[in-house]
Write a protein that binds this ligand. Structure first.
Ligand SMILES: Nc1ncnc2c1ncn2[C@@H]1O[C@H](COP(=O)(O)OP(=O)(O)OP(=O)(O)O)[C@@H](O)[C@H]1O
Ligand SMILES: [Mg+2]
Length: 318
């Protein structure tokens, strides 16, 4: 296990930011923590990276206790915080080398490693410019290189793609997935972007009010908590009512709504059974669930409310 927590809790005065989290992450996993603003994602990462001590409970990271063995933990992890990053007046390459030196790497090793990361993160064209001239996406990739310079086994990324435009975000995601494939790095990231959690992580941990409320593959979360919906439209309310009766499903907004495990495959069967009852819908729509639907089912709230989700990205400050 790379991470193992027991009832991990953080109080800020009377705010229970993290409320008894039990979490295990195995070597090589790519896990996304998903939750609205203030859910406790960053606080969890900050305890796991030894930046703040837990109020109660415990956590082992890379085999060491985060309180008693801070230094051992720190040497084995990389952490890219929400909006931290390289200094501005140095060249990107020099920032990387200094960071490696700060981790005790000999200068030659740091230089070699910096070169490798610059290549693998697609920074070759910009690494010798001062950091302040880089775009938001380039800067974020440099941040990730900073977190990786000492080849950590475990990388924590707090909202790596917040503030990036969709193209840079996709590009960054591709880099993260590739790094993981090439180096077997265990990665724990937080995100507001539902599509990002869905497409990148094979495991999504949904956090709300400091607690884990779901933990599974995106596919399983969607299948288990929401399912596909098949929505049938009819020309008249009478037909809709008859179809609803034949299918044993409710009518809402003039449409008959069914939940299906596999909507596209079940739709033809549904049409057949309607046909044999002498009914035919005007329209048929199969809706597949999103992780936001999962969150809505679990909490009664949308992740998209309150600017939590796929709102317009802010631009990263230069
Ligand atoms: N240093 C602090 N002092 C007091 N309260 C804090 C502190 N840090 C976090 N909190 C509170 O703890 C709760 C969890 O915050 P946290 O930053 O972990 O949320 P988050 O899930 O990372 O949110 P976001 O998506 O906005 O980054 C919030 O209510 C926050 O206001
Ligand atoms: Mg946060």
């Amino acid at each position: 296990m790379m991470i193992e927590t027991r009832e991990l809790t953080k109080m800020f005065k009377d705010v229970r930011a993290v409320d008894g989290i039990n979490l295990t992450v195995a070597r090589g996993e790519l896990v996304a923590l998903l939750g609205p603003n203030g859910a406790g994602k960053s606080t969890t990462l900050r305890m796991l990276t030894t930046l703040i001590p837990p109020t109660s409970g415990s956590a082992q990271v890379a085999g060491f206790d985060v309180v008693r063995r801070q230094r051992d933990v720190r040497l084995r992890i990389g952490y890219i915080g929400q909006g931290n990053g390289a200094g501005h007046s140095q060249r990107g390459r020099d920032e990387l080398i200094s960071q490696g030196r700060a981790y005790g790497m000999p200068v030659r090793a740091a230089r070699t490693r910096a070169g490798e990361l610059i290549d693998s993160l697609g920074l070759s064209d910009v690494a010798d410019r001062t950091v302040s001239t880089l775009s938001g996406g380039q800067r974020r990739r440099l941040d990730i290189a900073m977190g990786l310079i000492h080849a950590p086994e475990l990388l924590f990324l707090d909202e790596p793609s917040t503030g990036l435009d969709p193209q840079n975000r996709a590009n960054l995601q591709e880099h993260i997935v590739r790094l993981r494939a090439e180096h077997g790095t265990t990665i724990v990231l937080t995100t507001h972007y539902l599509d990002e959690a869905d497409s990148m992580a094979e495991r999504v941990i949904v956090i709300d009010h400091g607690r884990i409320i779901a933990d599974d593959t995106p596919q399983q979360l969607k299948a288990k908590h929401v399912g596909d919906r098949v929505i049938l439209g009819f020309g008249s309310p009478v037909d809709a009512a008859q179809a609803a009766k034949a299918l044993g499903a409710p009518v809402a907004d003039g449409c008959v709504r069914l939940v299906a495990e596999d909507g596209p495959r079940e739709a033809p069967r549904i049409l057949d059974s309607l046909r044999s009852a002498g009914l035919a819908p005007d329209s048929i729509e199969v809706k597949r669930p999103t992780l936001d639907d999962v969150f809505l089912t679990l909490t009664g709230r949308s992740l998209r409310e309150g600017g939590a989700a796929d709102t317009e990205p802010e631009l990263v400050e230069a």
